[in-house]
Design a protein. Structure first.
Length: 186
């Protein structure tokens, strides 16, 4: 039976135990592409591989005891971006504790989508802290940053997931970068 992502997500919400098995083949390639894009920005000594990131994110999304409510494909991929972000942050924290004794220093946020040097665990942790503050002020901007930075989506792909125009996404991306840079420099 060939079902689309939205139908499978609805089946998961309805409690169909087989639906999660149907979902992975439908979303795997796109999640793998997103994870691969993000992992290219990670340090060469990174122990977490794109496949592991996809599987861990997928398990967090559909493998738990609590059933998720999905408002379609875009919502699912936004949740996947957030799950990947959390996994990468957790991994960075573990590396930071092990590698640097947990000592942290502030760093600047650069202009491009890969805003933080992936070799610098401290920068990633400061980005996470600033992103949490941004989420309190403007959850939509925080979601945009997650999609652009943690999954490597383009402006056009991000606009589609968020349901806004690429022009709006580009303008919001510029604002979010400036906000985060200001927050991280304080």
């Amino acid at each position: 039976m060939n079902r689309d992502i939205t139908q499978v997500l609805s089946a998961i919400e309805a409690g169909d135990p087989r639906a999660a098995n149907d979902l992975l083949p439908l979303v795997y390639e796109e999640l793998r592409r997103l994870a691969g894009s993000r992992m290219k920005q990670e340090a060469s000594g990174q122990t977490l591989q794109p496949t592991a990131l996809v599987h861990e994110a997928f398990m967090r999304l559909v493998g738990g005891d609590v059933s998720q409510q999905w408002d379609g494909r875009g919502h699912f991929f936004a949740a996947a971006a957030e799950a990947m972000r959390r996994i990468l942050i957790e991994n960075a924290r573990r590396r930071g504790r092990a590698k640097r004794g947990g000592e942290i220093r502030r760093c600047d946020l650069h202009d491009d989508a890969a805003a933080v040097d992936p070799d610098n665990v401290e920068e990633l942790l400061f980005l996470d802290e600033a992103l949490n503050k941004l989420a309190v002020e403007d959850p939509q901007l925080a979601k945009l940053v997650e999609l652009r930075y943690f999954t490597g989506l383009t402006i056009e792909e991000t606009a589609k997931v968020l349901g806004v125009s690429p022009r709006t996404t580009k303008r919001n991306w510029a604002y979010a970068r400036a906000w985060l840079q200001r927050e991280m420099s304080n």
